[in-house]
Design a protein around this ligand. Structure first.
Ligand code: FPP
Length: 287
């Protein structure tokens, strides 16, 4: 092992909390610290089903899901992952019963209060994204306090999507571009390109997610990070979110490391084989 490589040194923080011989230990040993996803995004799904399966109210599933959030944040921070975006509340989630929505906000506040000191110690920087001005004032205050406290941290960026919708994010980005053009007097001539959109998204400055995880087996994107996941590797597991723990996240990362990412090009073993070149040449002669 190259002991002095930053990536390896960073990962030793994960081994500090693992037991030698445990399943998580051998999974962590298999992870290549130099090929980690820079940004992991997670659609945390299945809390309700987890609770129903145990004869409990849905909110008990959300409560249990908080532990999976804690574990995911801790694991990513200790691995040296740059960013973790969690889909905690979509703009469509307001359609749920008032009591459930209220409990979700309470749980978020409890989580922040309980976990902030440890996250801060671990160098985690907390941010939130979405139409945050529509959140209850108490939640906004708590989020603002967490992001202010951790603003100078350079470790994992924990980005919580709240009142979030991928389409709304794109609309907000385009409107921000138009507003700026109006205020700068360039409106009639404004042109929109990919860089302009990307730099006006809520995720501006973050790398696009390399790995998008969804729990509970649903094969859907559910309006999450529509722009940013253009080349993300998808990982869907049947596990329900409260059952998705450290070993499962390590398994997802290992699966990611086995993928061949081509970004629309060709993989290393398929580049310009002689037969392909000759065939293309022959097609040229037919014209
Ligand atoms: C989806 O499960 C989950 C949510 C809408 C909320 C996720 C919230 C938490 C994990 C709690 C705390 C969050 C943070 C960031 C501390 P679902 O209710 O749609 O499950 P179902 O599909 O089985 O009904």
């Amino acid at each position: 092992m190259k002991l002095y490589d930053k990536a390896y040194v960073e990962m030793t923080r994960l081994f500090e909390v693992l037991k030698p011989g445990a399943k998580e230990w051998s999974l962590a040993q298999a992870v290549d610290p130099e090929r980690l996803p820079a940004h992991i995004a997670i659609i945390m799904d299945g809390n309700g089903r987890w609770a129903r399966g145990r004869g409990l109210p849905r909110v008990a599933g959300h409560r249990a899901g908080m532990e999976s959030v804690r574990v995911a944040v801790d694991t990513c921070a200790r691995l040296g992952i740059r960013a973790l975006t969690l889909y905690a509340f979509s703009t469509e989630n307001w359609k749920r019963p008032r009591a459930e929505v209220h409990t979700l906000w309470r749980l978020l506040r409890i989580y922040l209060r309980r976990e902030l000191p440890e996250m801060h110690r671990n160098g985690v920087r907390v941010t939130a994204m979405g139409r945050l001005d529509e959140l209850p004032a108490m939640v906004r205050q708590e989020l603002d306090a967490a992001s202010e406290l951790t603003a100078g941290n350079t470790g994992l960026r924990l980005n919580v999507a709240l009142n979030y919708s991928g389409r709304a994010e794109l609309v907000d980005a385009v409107n921000a571009i138009l507003d700026r053009a109006r205020s700068e007097g360039t409106f009639p001539d404004v042109r929109v390109d990919e860089d302009a959109i990307a730099s006006n998204l809520y995720t501006a400055g973050l790398p696009d997610p390399d790995l998008l995880i969804r729990t509970s087996g649903e094969m859907r994107i559910s309006n999450f990070l529509l722009w940013q996941i253009a080349y993300a590797e998808l990982y869907v597991t049947d596990l329900l979110w409260p059952d998705f723990l450290r070993a499962d996240l390590l398994n997802a990362i290992l699966d990611f490391q086995r993928r061949e990412r081509r970004f629309g090009g060709l993989g290393p073993d398929r580049r310009a084989r002689t037969a392909d070149v000759e065939y293309a040449g022959a097609l040229g002669n037919m014209e």
